[in-house]
Structure formats: C-alpha cells, structure tokens
Design a protein around this ligand. Structure first.
Ligand code: WT7
Length: 635
C-alpha cells in the first residue's frame, strides 16, 4: 500500500489515522522510500513543546540538493527542471534540464567555496526571479551554507536589517531587475544597505539589465566570469538532518522581523510529500507557482517541492498585468501548464478586468488550480474556479505559513471534495485544534476558535535565528503544549476548516504578511510625528489595506497634511518597502488608550472599516471622548 501518494478519500482517511496513531511508522516509511540518505536516522522524531524543541530524522545524514538534482540525473537528465519565463514576452523562454541544473549548481557551489563561504555561513540572496536565484539558493544548500533569500522588493534598510540579524558574509544580487515596464536598480539598493552591514565581505553580481553599477574593489565581483572558470562538478556536503537549511524573515506583531530557521531533513520530506499530494503531481506535469522565491511559497513550491519530485517548475520574472492582463493565461497556454498556484490578491485584481482577457485562452492543459496567502473570498473563489479552472479543475485553497514550511490544511485534488472558501481538511500528519479564550480545546463541529496544532510535523520551523526565547513566547506560550498559528478558524459540520484571518496584529496586504509595529516605528521617525497606529481595513483587490491614525507633535502643525501624508509613505517605502504604504492616513489629536497605555486597536479597526455600530466595551478607556473625534474625522 502506498504511503507517499494519497489515492482516494478512503485512503486519505486511512493514512490520516495512521499518521496520528503511528506517526513514527508513517513518516519513517515516507522518508525511507522516497529519498537518498547518506545515513539513516536513529529516531524518527523527538520533541518538547515547552522548550520549543523539535528534531526529525535524528542523526540522519543527507543533502537536499542531491535529492533535488543528482538523484534524477540517471532517469531524467534531459528532462526540463526549470522553465524560465522572462518579464518581456518577446525574450525567449529558457528550458534548463536536470543535467544543466546540475552543471550550474555545481559551478556556483564551487564559486561560493572559492569566495570563502563555508558550511554554516549565511549568504543573503537578493535577486529577481531569474534562474540564478534558484541556482544560488541550491548552491548554498549544496555546500551547507545557510541561505537567507530576501524578496527583491524590500528597501535598503530592510535588506540591511536582515543581513545584520543573521550576519551574512556574502550578498548575491544583480545589476537590476525588470518588473512590467519598470526596471529597478537592485545593486544600488544593495550598495546603500551595505553602508550599514560590517559583516558582509563579498558581493557577487549577476548581469540582468545591463544597467551601470558601481563595483567596489575587492568586495564586488561579476558572477559570470567566476562561473565560467569554475569546475562543473561538485561533491555535496554531508549535512546533519537538523543542520539549518535556510533562514526566511517574516513579520511579527511586534519588534523586528523574525528570522525563521528551517532545517534540512524534515523540511525536505514534508515539502516533497505535500507537493506530490496537494498538486496531484504526476511525471509529465508542468507546475507553475506565481509566488516569488523570496517568500516561503517560492522556497517550498517553486524550488524544493517540485525538484524533489523531479518535476518541471516555472520561474516567472514578470507581473500579471504586463504587457496586459492576459499574461498569466498566455503563459499557461504557452508552456501547457498543468498546475497553477497563485494568490487571492492576484485573482481579485484580474477578476476586475474584462473577462475577455481570460476567455481568449482555452486553458485545457490545467488539471489543478491553487490559492495561497490569505483567505479567498467567495466571489474570487468562484471566478477562479469557473473562468480559470473551467469548473473541472479542483481548486485547492492551501493554508500554511512561513513557520510551517509546507502546506498544512488543503483539499487533496480528486480526493477531497472542495467547498468555496474552505481550506478543508488537514493533510496526514497535521493535527489542528481550535482553542477558546480559556485555553480549552473546543471539541465538535460548527465552532470557531484560535487555530493551534497539537502535534509536531517534520517541517515546523526550529527557532527564530538568534532568539529562541522569542520563538517560544510567540508560538508556544499562549496555548501550552501546542503550536499557536496566530489565525482564527471555523470548523464546519463535517470538520472542514475555514481560516477566518489573523487574530494578532499582523495584517495581510496583497498576500504580504505585515506587522503593525515596524510600520509604526517607521512613521514615528518623521520629525513632526508623535505617535501612530496602523490597522487593516477590507480592500477589494488587496484583501486588506492599511489605515494609519497619526498624532502630530505640535497641536496646530501648520504644514500641509497632504504633504505630510506623502512624506509618511516615503519613509515607509524607504524603511520597509512600497508594499507597506498606507492607503489612508488620518491625523488625530490622540488615540484611544487603556489605563495601562495600550492602544485599543479594536476600535480603530471598526472606524477604519466604517462600522460605527458597536465599539464594544470602552469602559477601560482613559480617554473615551477621543472615539467621537476619530469617528467624525474618518477619511
Ligand atoms: C499567514 C501566513 C505560506 C503561504 C504564504 C503566506 C495567511 C496563508 C491562507 C489560506 C487563509 C491564509 C494566514 C497565515 N494564509 N494561506 N489559504 N487561507 N489564510 O505565508 O507570509 O507566513 O503568512 O497567511 O493568516 O497565518 P506567511
């Protein structure tokens, strides 16, 4: 009986039960039968929730790139591993076979070593969606360097903060990047970031846009000549199952971004298993995930999951609106995509445009369509299901997080019946529970609560880089003995889950996870501003948009408020990135605060949404009179 592949609903329930009753046996079989190991494990797992300690495939030795590349060469050497679809549709797409991928990764790995990178060193990768991004990431994993991919839309100060937090020795970047009809000066951003990063010794630069850049002597090197001179063979480093594979930063509700650490073997096993099942992957499929490799979705389902299964995966450099709103559908048709995985915000933005953009394409190659990043509303679900999936492709609404490493709750296509807006059932190995405010587990169906996971799974993040205490406090303190997701959820009458959204101060804007605190910190740096509070409010396309309540230092500040608003967004753009800009800014004389000085965001959220019906209990407010002022001044 197959453990790796879920065959039908009965088999799903059987496997699910097995994964709960005999988790060691379940994961032992999957790990044993589907990967190449230098050395097997002593124990499948050991864990301690109160210490936030998790180990999987204890003492096993493995290299994930051997499993992503070398293992396939005998049978699939000439098969396309990566299709690169450039920003400009007139530029030719590139097909990189597994043999070529081996050659490229081996050379890159050798370059990294020659440039002084050793096992355990951190390397920051700040690249657009070009093949070099995949190659650099895999090359790090090849030699045991820890990759920290930073999304190439982040600003110089956000890049600097991420480089310094984990003390990267090297940055890999490009001269520039293309996005639609714009190009961005990436090297310039890196140069600015590196003014504040003493740990960086070397910068490798990919040529992409041929824009002029400044190269600092002894620090900056063009990558191509180094690759040309490198040997196209490389022996993969032997890694311990629990050696860190990568760090990926995600926003928290407070403080600086959290460097989530994922380790090698558990991440490998879980991303491979979930890719296979959530996308019903079969040998000749062509898989396209439109995320950026700078997010966990790209790590797990553009790179590792597909390559571990020997699949063909697409790297798309462009945006859905360039040259026009049919780009996604055109690419699906061009490369005969079988699985298409995107975000609700992209769907909503395309659903606003003429139906003709999508109806011009038959999209007959598609088998499965997927959604990720935020709750998908009913309207978007149907549009996607009807016009892209043609009502014949199962739509998998996949719930997971940077911290979970892989998909946790999702339909299995052709197995689990889908239900609009529901992520449906947990995958085998995942034990979700809903908790009430008194920290009791809510049993039964048709209930809502805080979503926790009560048993570890192989790809759970192991720590926050440099701050295990914060890891413990953020995820394992609110509900002792469980992992707290930060999301609320509803369980329907048959046990299907619907994720209702964040219950903390994280706001998801266009699928980007943004913490309120860093944005407020940025705003408060403006010399005219005393204090600010950010909340989310519903937005047709972005899901949520940001609303800022801002207190000026001097009552009667004479400067033009429109100019101040522009300056505020400029600061946010510089400090964090354009994705965190505010849609609305309201200047207020004060914020609703409790006696202990805590801002009552619940009230601000209601005002931002335009819902003045019931502010709930305001008796603990120190300044209840402010509520009316803010309400009347809503923008
Ligand atoms: C948060 C995690 C890993 C995916 C990319 C985002 C929200 C994610 C869904 C979904 C409802 C979802 C949650 C989660 N989210 N997928 N299918 N339905 N909400 O990763 O940046 O770590 O964000 O995204 O709120 O906690 P992330």
């Amino acid at each position: 009986m197959s453990y790796y592949k879920i065959l039908n609903l009965e088999h799903y329930f059987k496997m699910y039960k097995k994964s709960v009753r005999e988790p060691r046996k379940f994961w032992d079989k999957i790990a044993e039968e589907n990967f190449t190991w230098y050395q097997k494990w002593e124990k499948v797992f050991e864990f301690n929730f109160s210490e936030a300690s998790f180990k999987w495939f204890v003492d096993a030795k493995v290299n994930i790139t051997k499993n992503c590349i070398d293992r396939h060469l005998a049978r699939r050497g000439d098969k396309t591993a990566i299709i690169f679809e450039p920003n400009n549709p007139d530029e030719e797409a590139l097909h990189i076979s597994y043999n070529e991928l081996y050659d490229r990764v081996a050379r890159m790995a050798n370059v990294l070593r020659e440039q002084g990178i050793q096992k355990g060193d951190r390397v920051c990768i700040y690249l657009p969606m070009i093949p070099e991004l995949a190659v650099a990431t895999l090359a790090c994993a090849r030699i045991g360097a820890v990759h920290s991919v930073v999304f190439a839309g982040f600003s110089a100060s956000a890049v600097a903060a991420r480089i310094n937090d984990c003390e990267c020795k090297m940055v890999i970047t490009s001269d520039g990047s293309y996005r639609g009809n714009k190009s961005i000066d990436l090297k310039g951003i890196v140069d600015e970031a590196l003014e504040k990063t003493p740990c960086v010794e070397k910068v490798l630069v990919v040529k992409r846009t041929n824009t002029e850049v400044t190269m600092k002597d002894g620090r900056d090197f063009w990558l191509q000549p180094l690759l040309d001179a490198a040997i196209p063979n490389n022996v993969a480093e032997v890694m311990d199952a629990e050696d860190p594979l990568f760090i990926l930063y995600t926003s928290g509700s407070t403080g600086k971004p959290k460097g989530m650490v994922h380790t090698t073997a558990g991440y490998m096993v879980y991303t491979a298993y979930t890719f296979k099942n959530v996308f019903a992957y079969e040998e000749n499929d062509i898989f396209w995930c439109t995320a950026d490799i700078g997010w966990i979705t790209g790590h797990s389902y553009i790179l590792y999951g597909p390559l571990l299964n020997g699949a063909t995966t697409v790297i798309f450099e462009g945006v859905p609106s360039y040259p026009d709103f049919s780009r996604f559908w055109e690419v699906i048709e061009k490369h005969k995509i079988t699985q298409f995985y995107t975000a609700p915000t992209a769907i909503r933005s395309l659903a606003k445009e003429s139906l003709d953009y999508v109806q011009r394409f038959p999209l007959k190659s598609l088998k499965v369509i997927g959604s990720v990043g935020e709750p998908i509303n009913e309207e978007a679900w149907h549009w996607y299901n009807d016009h892209v999936g043609g009502k014949r492709c199962p739509l998998v609404d996949t719930w997971w997080q940077t911290e979970t490493g892989g998909i946790m709750i999702s339909p299995v296509p052709f197995v689990t019946p889908t239900k609009p807006t529901y992520a449906s059932l947990p995958l085998p190995g995942i034990q979700p529970v809903l908790m009430d405010e008194l920290r009791n587990e809510i049993e039964g169906n048709q209930v809502t609560g805080s979503l926790c996971i009560k048993f570890p799974w192989p790809s759970i993040a192991r720590t926050i880089w440099g701050d295990h205490q914060r890891y413990k406090e953020t995820y394992f303190t609110a509900f002792p003995g469980k992992y707290f997701t930060g999301d609320g959820a509803l369980r329907d009458e048959v046990g299907y889950y619907r994720i209702t959204g964040r219950v903390d101060d994280v706001i998801i804007v266009s699928g980007h996870n943004l913490g309120t605190a860093p944005i407020e910190d940025a705003i408060n740096e403006h010399p005219a501003i005393a204090e600010s509070a950010i909340v989310g409010f519903p937005h047709d396309v972005k899901g949520n948009a940001l609303y800022g309540f801002v207190i000026l230092k001097e009552i009667g500040e004479t400067r033009n408020q429109d100019n101040l608003a522009i300056e505020i967004n400029q600061i946010i753009s510089n400090q964090i990135g354009p994705i965190a800009k505010l849609d609305k800014i309201q200047f207020v004389s004060n914020l609703p605060k409790t006696r202990s000085g805590k801002i009552m965001r619940r009230i601000l959220r209601k005002i931002a949404e335009g819902d003045f019906s019931n502010f709930g209990d305001t008796s603990t407010l120190l300044n209840p009179e402010i509520v009316d002022e803010i309400k009347n001044g809503r923008v």
